[in-house]
Design a protein around this ligand. Structure first.
Ligand SMILES: Cc1ncc(COP(=O)(O)O)c(C=O)c1O
Length: 384
């Protein structure tokens, strides 16, 4: 046996068996191609707002370069509590109901590791963000998918949930506004699920990475439910403030759940860099740039939507995030449609990358520049 093969056999089997993500392979391939417009990946093309960059530089210049508490600056936790109060009208105590995290990615990992015993089940709805399954497996949980459909607004129903709940169900993962479908959920949905969480004894983990990117009206948050004893919400600056590289987010929830995360954090992770935490105070404290960001995504959507429709791709998702979730013409396979568009220089993500429920759909991300969106609109228009 050659050396690399024998090493492979000695790897942690969960790590070894994580399938390579189709979406990552696809986008790696696409970066090697010339003259294509990428509407594929969920990365905002906008610069981080100037006042946030300025705060980063000031923080670095003023010595915010040392170790900080594992739980993050209290100033930042206070800023987060103010943000939650202003945006969702919910009071959270910065001392014990909020934890700063390295984006939603770390928050998810922390929460699942803190909650799961080996063999505990995590229900999540798909089509969904590609990382959930692996994160559940790495926390020794059992992923339990529920396929959602356009006719239910891509939300799971009580019947769908009850068909999957078992005594091993520990967590229900939610993601609204949803990647990839753009679907949103009303507050009554969260209230209803929090009652079911009580009845069946599970926690609700709500990924709200896109809560501020909406076109119609601001979506509610699981932070607003009456009984939040089983609720934990993840938030990030990645999308709201175009800060994907900063890696800054937070978790808010019941003090018991937050205490469990705090207990775990020093053993497996660290809070974001001190200068990133300083910059994060500036970012969460300002809504002006978010209003502008929404307007800029709207301009791209207004440009692309008619051309996408003319190409026979019918929007079938919700009215939030920066994704257009479209049905393929005449029930064409998702991957065949993506390949056909790629041949015209348009990179979109086949819906099947996000789960079996994504068949017959493609996800179009409003992330290229406005000028590129104009070119993309022309290319879509020629397909009709
Ligand atoms: C639904 C969803 N959650 C979480 C993330 C990752 O968030 P973060 O950058 O804060 O780790 C993404 C990124 O695309 C996402 O789409």
């Amino acid at each position: 046996m050659n050396d690399s093969l024998s090493l492979r056999n000695r790897l942690n089997t969960t790590v070894r068996d994580i399938p390579r993500s189709g979406i990552r392979d696809f986008f790696d391939l696409v970066t090697t191609m010339k003259d294509v417009i990428s509407l594929g990946i969920g990365e905002p093309d906008f610069d981080t707002p100037w006042h946030v960059r300025e705060s980063t530089v000031f923080a670095l210049e003023r010595g915010a370069t040392h170790y900080s508490s594992n739980f993050g600056y209290l100033d930042l936790r206070r800023a987060l509590a103010r943000y939650v109060a202003k945006t969702f009208g919910a009071e959270y105590n910065p001392e014990n109901e909020v934890l700063i995290t390295v984006g939603v990615s770390e928050a998810l990992d922390l929460a699942l590791r803190a909650l799961l015993n080996p063999g505990d089940e995590v229900i999540y709805h798909e089509p969904c963000y590609v990382s959930y399954r692996a994160t559940i497996l790495l926390a020794h949980g059992v992923p339990v998918e529920v396929e959602t459909r356009a006719e239910n607004g891509f939300r799971l129903t009580r019947a769908m949930l009850e068909a999957k709940v078992t005594p091993r169900t520990k967590v229900l993962m939610l993601n609204f506004p949803n990647n990839p479908t753009g679907a949103v959920a009303p507050l009554s949905f969260y209230e209803h699920l929090s009652e079911l969480a009580e009845r069946y004894d599970f926690a609700i983990a709500s990924d709200e990475a896109y809560s501020e990117l909406w076109f119609d009206e601001p979506p509610p948050s699981a932070l607003q439910v009456r009984d939040r004893s089983r609720v934990i919400v993840f938030q990030t600056l990645s999308k709201r403030s175009s800060m994907t590289g900063y890696r800054s987010g937070f978790v808010a929830g019941d003090p018991l759940l937050i205490a469990a995360l705090k207990q775990l954090r020093p053993s497996i992770g660290v809070a974001p860099q001190t200068f990133v935490q300083r910059a994060s105070i500036a970012a969460w404290g300002d809504e002006g740039h978010v209003v502008e960001t929404r307007a800029r995504y709207r301009a791209k959507r207004d440009l692309l939507l008619p051309a996408v429709r003319a190409a026979g791709l019918e929007p079938a998702g919700g009215d939030a995030t920066f994704f257009l979730w479209c049905r393929t013409p005449g029930g064409e396979d998702a991957e065949a449609c993506a390949e056909r568009l790629l041949a015209r220089g348009l990179v979109v993500a086949p819906g099947t990358f996000f789960g079996a429920g994504g068949e017959g759909h493609v996800r179009i991300a409003l992330v290229p520049t406005l000028a590129e969106c104009e070119r993309a609109a022309q290319a879509f228009a020629t397909l009709g």
